[in-house]
Design a binder for this molecule. Structure first.
Ligand SMILES: Nc1ncnc2c1ncn2[C@@H]1O[C@H](COP(=O)(O)OP(=O)(O)OP(=O)(O)O)[C@@H](O)[C@H]1O
Length: 238
């Protein structure tokens, strides 16, 4: 079973009487363990697609299945639960709580799952160690560089052991060297922990770091580079 299956996904926004069709029929699947980028210029519909893939919004038409479950049939509570359990989000601007320490920030998804505090802190510390931030566990985001803050955000994204890491321009606020380190970290998590990674970006060098590159233009998927090689590898392995 594919982790993500999108079939003819469409999204239309309505502003008053005006309809804007942003996604015009997008289909692709992502298998477990893939590292994929979704690239497109500003306004091409990337964030709209990310919101759908991340269960933050529903398509206007088409079928989206995550772990074999069609999103169509899910209510808001089910969507929130799957989002919390199965998806780790990483954003360009980190979205950390400024006034609490790294370890408390990282533990937050577990807090929402009502994991006991002692276990929450232990797992948050383990996640910080995976992103090489164990020594900063008690620092607040204001005491960190952008790269360090993004590492903490990645630890928060993986602390609940999600199937999918979904990142929106994760290196957009970082200089090239630090951005490359963050991409290397995504690759390491993908290779060593088997987490499926989907990175939304407008930056070709970020896309280049991924095994497979989807390109969206004007609401349509116009390229899927690397897909054939991946399918061939899967076929050969299985
Ligand atoms: N909630 C909304 N209501 C109406 N129009 C919207 C809404 N969200 C996005 N749009 C429009 O949909 C189009 C695609 O937006 P989207 O944010 O998905 O593009 P994007 O590729 O992520 O762009 P960027 O890289 O600039 O973030 C844009 O024209 C935008 O103005």
């Amino acid at each position: 079973m594919a982790l993500l299956e999108l079939e003819d996904i469409r999204k239309t926004y309505f502003t008053g009487d005006i309809a804007l069709e942003v996604l015009k029929g997008i289909s692709f699947t992502v298998e477990k363990g893939e590292m994929v980028s979704i690239m497109g210029q500003s306004g091409s519909g990337k964030s709209t697609l990310m919101n759908i893939v991340g269960l933050l919004d529903k398509p206007t038409a088409g079928t989206y299945r995550i772990q074999g479950r069609s999103v169509d049939s899910l209510g808001a509570n089910d969507m929130a639960r799957i989002r919390n359990r199965s998806i780790g989000f990483v954003f360009q601007s980190y979205h950390l709580l400024k006034k609490v320490t790294a370890v408390e920030n990282v533990g937050l998804p577990l807090f929402y799952r009502q994991v006991p505090r002692r276990e929450m802190l232990a797992r948050a510390e383990a996640a910080l160690a995976k992103v090489d931030m164990a020594e900063r566990a008690n620092h607040k985001p204001s005491e960190m560089s952008g790269g360090q803050a993004q590492r903490v955000a990645i630890a928060r994204a993986i602390v609940g052991q999600p199937e999918l890491l979904l990142a929106d321009e994760p290196t957009g606020a970082l200089d090239t060297r630090v951005g490359d380190e963050i991409l290397a970290l995504f690759k390491q998590l993908n290779r060593e922990q088997g987490i499926t990674v989907v990175i939304i970006t407008h930056d070709p060098s970020v896309a280049e770091a991924c095994d497979r590159r989807l390109v969206v233009r004007d609401g349509l998927l116009i390229d899927d580079e690397g897909e054939f090689r991946h399918r061939t590898a899967v076929a050969a392995a299985g």
